[in-house]
Design a protein around this ligand. Sequence first.
Ligand code: ADP
Length: 576
Amino acid sequence: MNDAEISAAATLEPVADVAHRAGIPAEALIPYGHHMAKVDTASLAGPGQNGRVVLVTGTNPTPAGEGKSTVTVGLTDGLNLLARADDAPDAWAGKTAMAALREPSLGPVFGMKGGATGGGYAQVVPMENINLHFTGDFHAITSAHNLLCALVDNHLHRGNELRIDPRTIALKRALDTNDRSLRQTIIGLGGRTESVPRESGFEITVATETMAVFCLATGLEDLKERLSRIIIGRTYDRQPVTVGDLGLHGAQGAMAVLLKDALKPNLVQTLGGSAAFVHGGPFANIAHGANSITATNTARRLADVVVTEAGFGADLGGQKFMDITAVAGGFPPAATVIVATVRALKLNGGMSPEDLDTGAEHGDQPSLEALEAGVANLARHLENMAAYGVPVVVAVNRFPQDTEAELDWLTGWCARRGVPAAVADVWARGGEGALKVARRLVEVLPAEEEESGWHSLWTDDMTVAERIETVVTQIYGGAGVEYTPAARYQLDQLVAEGWDHLPVCMAKTQYSFTDDPAVLGAPEGFIVTVRDLALRPGAGFVVALTGSVMTMPGLPRTPAADSMDVDSSGHVTGLF
Ligand code: ADP
């Protein structure tokens, strides 16, 4: 059965029952159909618990993804099974875990095959709804963002009182579809009565600063405050013009009107019956790549442990979670789970991508060689995550083509290094397949009353350049940073305008520790080139672009859309 068939065959509990078991009172539940609901956090009673946050991250992946979402879901189910098991560890007996995940974007759903709701028997459900329009959050974010764009162009049309130089407007309209033909556009054509013609374009909704702001906001007031800080463009004297400068009181109020319901986190269930929040979904390159802070913080009020995931590998999503998301959300992570796969490590060890799926047929020996060479990639991610002061566990996500010899070798390698590790067989077996990893995790998890040893690698007094240098040398393992002349100019400008204290959001290829996707393994001595520094005051960071980053993806030659259909009874096929 494929993911959609597994999801469709499952017997789902009414969302009211899921909510009841999670401790969410009926008055806080806003159902969207039978199996999805928004939760009005204002109606939750008291402060509740103070759940510990477990981050699921990964090694540098193969293009297919290594199963971070899948393991996040399976591990949550595994933790809940373990809590009710006869031989549950004392510290975990009777406890609860919830998952917090990002919402899927329609771009990848219809573009490249692969959903964002987990896979196999470790999924959040109903996967069809979650992968499509869900509760409409992305439509709301798209609308709020495009409203802002319309207000800006109306301002230009009505006389441009703020003296915005149209050539400096970086804001682009948004669409949650992969559509390369909209990357560069000319808008405002048609003469005097239309608008002011200018060059513009579209970006995918998940790449907008509005999405990043939505996910980092701690509540409605913070949302408005952050939106008001978004820079629209610059005046003819190069002074920044913000959302807060528009109209009588800024455009943040109108944008928040469109976002107020979307900001409430979405409750669904996993195939194993655990409660899960699926909410927000910023890009993991030009943004921080984690679900909304409102979802994680709401889950913390309801469960003992919140298992959450950050996009891309530990060098990107993991680093940003530790240095940006955890700080903005006010939750010190309690432990990290690194998802490793035999496939990705063999790729990092030099095996060609075509051979990855035929490991067992090629016999153990050649595969072990590549695995032994590629494990250096995992070793560096382990050291990096340990540097944040929280315990690390390795979950070896088992794929059908993995051999026992490979899995044994990898868990043995972890054991020799003293790293807690176990095979996660969640794709095939759901929560049952995560019990071993759940045990390893519970063993290292600090007690509730114990303070997490987490600390950011940055200190408050660090400059933007020092923060970039820290990430490149301490996380990527590089020798240093170079700036293109354009980026050097932008760095000087950040200093001159007083933005030099902001955190940095690194935009880099997910495939390599370097800025070159072809350099795999654990390279050393390389230089990372920063090409652009983009100020995002709403999100509260400066984006440092290394290499080229696409903010409006295109469709592949054979998009997933080609295989999709719906029959007369409304039954969808081809979703994965
Ligand atoms: P990530 O979150 O790391 O991008 P996902 O969890 O979304 O990865 O998984 C990517 C794809 O791989 C999904 O289609 C999922 O069904 C599939 N997948 C994940 N784990 C396994 C596994 N152990 N065996 C087979 N397929 C898997």
